[in-house]
Design a protein. Structure first.
Length: 186
């Protein structure tokens, strides 16, 4: 048994172990060779493969995180550059008339479409980007808004929109009832 352990752990040369076995019987020689082939090439290689696969999976996850971070950083950088091009007066913000003119440029539309951003209605897009409702879109509003609007809607987005719509309908119904009661009092 000790000789078998030494044989698979490279503690002893296989020929040194097989010579005495071959003198006893050739069946022992064949059994020893089968043991070596099965153990070394079968079991140990499978175990090595399992460990390497789990290590590669761990590295793949890190690479995916790093790739996504780089992709987001690149998008933010590109949208910042686009904002600088649209802000021709260098005021640090874009107003609605300037935004409309810029969004009707085919090159700007194509560039945004390349980034999965739809610019069918420039005024509606401006209103979505103008988070503080001051009539101006600054760099932060522009980049953050485009990050939110990038890509296709997901199930969570649609669900959130449905929930917000339900709350809004409930509020409108309550307001309608309140106004009806107030008008009945007159």
């Amino acid at each position: 048994m000790f000789a078998l352990l030494l044989a698979i752990s490279v503690g002893a040369d296989w020929r040194d172990i097989v010579k005495p076995l071959a003198e006893v019987s050739s069946i022992y020689k064949v059994a020893f060779i089968f043991y070596i082939v099965f153990t070394v090439f079968g079991v140990l290689n499978v175990l090595t493969g399992v460990f390497l696969e789990s290590a590669a999976e761990f590295v793949d996850r890190d690479l995916a995180v790093q790739e996504e971070t780089c992709r987001i950083d690149k998008f933010v950088s590109e949208m910042s550059e686009l904002f600088e091009e649209l802000d021709t007066d260098r005021q640090g913000y874009i107003d609605l008339p300037t935004f409309k003119v810029c969004m009707h440029d085919e090159k700007v539309q194509a560039y945004l479409a390349h980034h999965q951003l739809d610019v069918m209605d420039s005024e509606q897009l401006f209103n979505l980007l103008d988070m503080n409702r001051d009539g101006e879109v600054d760099l932060n509003e522009f980049v953050i808004g485009l990050c939110w609007l990038k890509g296709h809607s997901k199930a969570v987005d649609v669900t959130l929109l449905g929930t917000e719509l339900s709350h809004l309908q409930a509020d409108v119904s309550k307001f309608k009832e309140y106004v009806s009661r107030q008008l009945e009092g007159f």
